[in-house]
Design a protein around this ligand. Structure first.
Ligand code: MN
Length: 191
């Protein structure tokens, strides 16, 4: 199966001034594209030649896992963000957040800490299990919580390439801005 870089859900400059067009051009146009290219180069002759990205995430290791998961994770990340994002969720997702974290503010605090304290490169995730119980998960490198039998609802990419052009080393500033872009409507639809 040959994978393609999926289109962004918005224009490259749509998240400005919070995330610059330059960051998106590199993050999507270079990094995300490179994961797609690397995956396509690794698949021929492998056991995953006809596998879906989800199967690759669940079963592969090494370069096929790393590149396949990074393809999926980035597509998911773009679809967590919106120029009309920010604010708070509503409905059953908000109810579950209050039930499992105490309040939306407390959830935000815990997720922010998870994203800020993740050592090195990786992803912070909000996930649900089969029973609808929410949890915050840190994953290093290309990690994806589907490997733990959890369903991703929201992610924040904390690889330096996600913020270095705009914020240099200031990951906390990037995370603070991330909240202004979270597409809670999309996140809620996943729950
Ligand atoms: Mn990234």
């Amino acid at each position: 199966m040959k994978f393609e870089l999926p289109p962004l859900p918005w224009a490259v400059d749509a998240l400005e001034p919070i995330i610059s067009a330059k960051t998106i051009e590199f993050h999507y146009g270079k990094h995300h594209q490179t994961y797609v290219n690397n995956l396509n180069n690794l698949l021929p002759g492998s056991a995953f030649e006809d596998a879906s990205l989800e199967d690759i995430i669940l079963e592969a290791d090494g370069g096929i896992f790393n590149n396949g998961a990074q393809v999926w994770n980035h597509t998911f990340y773009w679809n967590c963000l919106s120029p009309n994002g920010g604010g708070e969720p509503t409905g059953s997702l908000l109810d579950a957040i209050v039930r499992d974290f105490g309040s939306f503010e407390e959830f935000k605090k815990q997720f922010t800490t998870a994203a800020a304290t993740l050592f090195g490169s990786g992803w912070a995730w909000l996930c649900t299990d089969d029973n609808g119980k929410l949890s915050i998960v840190q994953e290093s490198n290309a990690g994806n919580p589907m490997r733990r039998d959890l369903e991703p609802l929201l992610t924040c990419d904390v690889w330096e390439h996600a913020y270095y052009l705009d914020k240099q080393n200031r990951r906390p500033d990037y995370i603070a801005d991330f909240w202004k872009l979270v597409d809670w409507e999309a996140v809620s639809e996943r729950y």
